[in-house]
Design a protein around this ligand. Structure first.
Ligand SMILES: Cc1ncc(COP(=O)(O)O)c(C=O)c1O
Length: 395
């Protein structure tokens, strides 16, 4: 089939890579031990800290997000350490529980429904009960990409402090960094793990650990074996802008441009843009009469929306029809949501008309797939977008 125009990549990451970033990457690869690289290295290592809202170090790996999650574990913990991992969906399992178990950590996987975030109350209760402080780390996915649910990390930190428990806080910000507000320092997160391919708008292949002083100190006694992921040689090399091994040079060109773009827009404006698009998408879902996976409005994700299809209507069939007819990719249902839900990514390089096109594709797809729905979702989204606009103009 001949395709015209641009493909709509509306999965919740990898996201659309802006032309500016593509062009920045289309440059000759340079000597990664030479002076030009050192300048690039220092620039991106400094710039990325603003994304995490941290003054501390950020280590970058030529790896996907899962690598950064593993790095967070192996640099801070020892075999047999007790860790609390909160079940929020597919990624709390695949990026955290499974690697942690394989690394022979003593994992307590706190059950969840996949419709809510990690509960601050539950965290406080569990930590308060651990009088001997045998729990070494609490692990939470900030924005669970399989469900469109955002856990409240600030409240979780407050709960941990109320329990006066010294456990480390490890947080996955893979699908929230540079799209939903995230404060590594203020929330006293010990290790934040992220990737390049979502809010940062860079292709897949870079991942990050923002590291607190407490995590660095824990690293001194952590005994899990590590080689590639070891922070120490990275931090040492990073001081002069270099890496412990060959970096993903051209992706770093892309990251430099992405940081410029995010700075130009202003990070708080980036968050507002995502919040607006999240709200408009949810207005469309409500108007269609469909149900969001996320149950709690306080935990709605602004970077993606996961939507149930009615019983008897396979969400992957709907996605296939939308891809075939409108050349748009939507996110599949993962794990126990396979076939039951689809995901609309509204993060990264994105604007009002792209959202309108995305939602129009979904609405037409619902019709073609014979899924029962009410018309008017796109209109509800447009009304939300223009209502917010009008309010701003009037003010
Ligand atoms: C929340 C979350 N954590 C971890 C990962 C794993 O990252 P990667 O697929 O880049 O290894 C993803 C990937 O989408 C994710 O969304």
């Amino acid at each position: 089939m001949t395709r015209t125009g641009r493909h709509f990549l509306q999965i919740p990451g990898p996201t659309n890579v802006p032309d500016r970033i593509l062009r920045a990457m289309a440059a000759p690869t340079i000597d990664h031990r030479g002076p030009e690289f050192a300048r690039l290295g220092l620039e991106v290592l400094e710039g990325i800290r603003a994304m995490f809202k941290t003054r501390g170090p950020v280590v970058m790996y030529p790896a996907s997000g899962t690598g950064a999650c593993e790095a967070a574990l192996v640099n801070t913990l020892s075999a047999g350490d007790r860790v609390l991992i909160f079940e929020t969906g597919w990624f709390s399992h695949i990026a955290w529980r499974q690697p942690a178990e394989r690394l022979e950590l003593n994992v307590e996987y706190v059950p969840g429904t996949w419709r809510r975030g990690a509960s601050p109350e539950e965290i406080e209760a569990r930590l308060s009960a651990d009088k001997q402080h045998t729990i070494k780390a609490v692990v939470v996915v900030h924005n669970e990409t399989s469900t469109g649910v955002t856990s409240r990390i600030a409240e979780i930190r407050r709960a941990m402090n109320r329990a006066r428990h010294p456990a480390l806080l490890l947080v996955d910000t893979v699908s929230s960094l540079a799209s939903i507000d995230y404060c590594h320092d203020e929330w006293e997160v010990d290790v934040s793990a992220a990737g390049s391919q979502k809010g940062l708008m860079v292709p897949p292949g870079l991942s990050f650990n923002a590291i607190s002083e407490k995590a660095l100190a824990a690293g001194k006694t952590a005994k899990l074996p590590k080689a590639y992921w070891d922070w120490e040689p990275m931090l040492k090399n990073n001081q002069s802008g270099f890496f412990a091994y060959t970096p993903a040079t051209n992706l770093l060109y892309g990251l430099r441009e992405a940081l410029n773009m995010l700075r130009e827009e202003g990070l708080e404006n980036v968050f507002r843009r995502h919040a607006r698009h999240g709200e408009a998408t949810r207005a469309a879902v409500r108007a269609w009469g469909l149900e969001l996976v996320c149950e709690d409005p306080l935990e709605y994700s602004n970077s993606l929306s996961a939507v149930f299809t009615p019983d008897g209507h396979n969400a992957d069939r709907l996605r296939d029809i939308i891809l075939e007819h409108f050349d748009m990719s939507l996110g599949t249902g993962l794990g126990k949501l396979a076939g039951k839900a689809f995901r609309i990514g509204h993060l990264g390089a994105f604007n009002d008309l792209m959202l309108a096109g995305t939602l129009a594709g979904v609405e037409m797809g619902l019709r073609l797939a014979g899924v029962p729905y009410r018309q008017g979702g796109v209109m509800a989204a447009l009304n939300t977008l223009t209502a917010v606009e009008t309010a701003t103009l009037v003010r």
